[in-house]
Design a binder for this molecule. Structure first.
Ligand code: GDP
Length: 443
């Protein structure tokens, strides 16, 4: 579903560079990519529009952390906003009523209501020792009642029998009465779905809701439904005061796109996600994890945090001052930048965390790391004076340095040329940083 998004964002990371601040013009293309990718992935247009506007508002005028490129910075914002869009941490299941509290399961046929009813037993018990009763009001598919019976047995919960010749409302009220008299804590009511939203189904579940007064009305939706999930969510959200959402089948191909729309359209929290056919396949919903999943990329937020942590602030200020006072950026500064880079896990560690970098060849990476170590070795072989005034490094010094570092004289020459270019570049940018320097080295 969202395969394109991670590819597109990968391109954004590559193209958005060289600017110290996110501006209307430099993020425009990137935002267009995000927009197109979301639309292609079947996210509803109003949801996409709203989302892009928020990201833009957040991004404009932001300074780019010195160790990140503007592209990475923007993706960090996209991920944060995705997480925000899908809501904060959802509230746990409610027991806030006289027991037995009722949980009403709503959703289309095949969404996973019956399976999720069984899975919920586990979640309920995680919140304390509870007596749970399950009942099926699906009188249209005889197999549905049998299915819930099996699920109840697996979940080690009690099952209230019903039959296809009864009316759904009668079944529900009988089950509630039974639950009261036998001191159950929770009654889970599974309902009939249809393949499509239809008025008779909505009317029936509205009646069930009015009679049962559930503390939880949970909308169960299949994550693989894409755009259809939006219409279903809207229909159920309009018909019922939902208290939460269960997003099922996230273990399949679905990359969580439905989560985006469903949460936005209903305004209700996603409480749980279904991650397998077995009753153990249920998890509490985590918005940040889902955001990463949708972006199909490593955890960019942690990259940003590490960048902030890894950069030695005092060192960074010292370098910035040097640049301001016009006193040259020397080879010692260069070395300390490389060391900071390594502190952050080296090139390999960094690239793992970047979206769209998966296709980067392992060979390129090893090459880059080797290069970094070689540069460090060469600088280590220089005297402090040589590091501060590289222009004094003439032929005999070069030979000595090369021998000390175990490299050829032309390696020393190459480093000095690169350093010179970089020095020029550093003066051009008001803010320095490893990312920019690395690009300068390649050029
Ligand atoms: P209902 O018609 O809404 O009651 O849906 P069911 O509970 O019968 O589920 C329909 C199908 O989806 C069944 O084959 C379930 O095993 C499957 N299913 C439900 N939830 C999940 C899930 O989270 N992951 C996977 N892989 N399958 C699920």
């Amino acid at each position: 579903m969202f395969d394109n998004l991670s590819q597109r964002l990968g391109a954004v990371v590559k193209n958005l560079r060289g600017q110290g601040r996110l501006t209307e013009s430099n993020i425009q293309d990137a935002l267009r990519e995000v927009r197109v990718a979301l639309l292609e992935a079947d996210v509803a247009l109003p949801v996409v529009r709203d989302f892009i506007a928020r990201v833009k508002e957040r991004a404009l005028g932001q300074d780019v952390l010195s160790s990140l490129t503007p592209g990475q910075m923007l993706i960090g914002i996209v991920q944060k906003e995705l997480a925000a869009l899908m809501g904060e941490q959802a509230a746990p299941l409610s027991f806030a009523a006289q027991p037995p509290v009722v949980y009403l399961m709503a959703g289309l046929q095949g969404a996973g209501k019956t399976t999720s009813s069984g899975k919920l037993v586990r979640m309920i018990r995680a919140q304390g020792k509870k007596k749970v009763l399950l009942v099926s009001c699906d009188v249209y598919r005889p197999a549905a009642i049998e299915q819930l019976k099996t699920v109840a047995a697996q979940a080690e919960a009690d099952f209230f029998p019903s039959s296809p010749d009864q009316k759904p409302l009668d079944i529900a009220l009988a089950a509630l009465d039974y639950a009261r008299r036998h001191f159950f804590d929770v009654l889970i009511v599974d309902t009939a779905g249809r393949l499509h939203v239809d008025e008779a189904m909505m009317q029936e579940i509205r009646e069930l809701h009015a009679a049962l007064k559930p503390v939880e009305t949970l909308f169960v939706v299949d994550a693989m439904q894409g755009q259809d999930a939006v219409n279903t969510a809207k229909a159920f959200g309009d018909a019922l005061p939902l208290t939460g959402i269960i997003l099922t089948k996230l273990d399949g191909d679905a990359r969580g796109g439905a989560a985006l729309s469903v949460r936005q359209i209903t305004g209700k929290p996603i409480k749980f996600v279904g991650v397998g056919e077995k009753l153990s396949g249920i998890e509490v919903f985590h918005p940040e994890r889902m955001a990463s999943r949708i972006l199909g990329m490593g955890d960019v937020l942690s990259l940003i945090e590490e960048a902030q942590k890894g950069v030695d602030q005092a060192e960074a200020i010292k370098v910035a001052k040097k640049l301001k006072t016009g006193k040259g950026f020397d080879l010692d500064d260069f070395k300390s930048q490389i060391q900071q880079m390594q502190k952050m896990g080296g090139l390999g560690g960094l690239i793992d965390k970047l979206p769209g970098m998966g296709q980067l060849k392992a060979g390129d990476l090893a090459q880059g790391e080797k290069q970094m170590r070689r540069i460090e070795g060469i600088i280590n072989s220089m005297t402090p004076k040589e590091r501060q005034q590289p222009e004094i490094i003439k032929a005999s010094r070069k030979r000595r340095i090369a021998a000390g570092a175990g490299v050829q004289v032309q390696d020393v020459n190459r480093l000095l040329t690169q350093f010179e270019q970089m020095q020029k570049m550093m003066k051009t940018f008001s803010k320095g940083g490893m990312a920019k320097m690395m690009r300068g080295m390649k050029g």
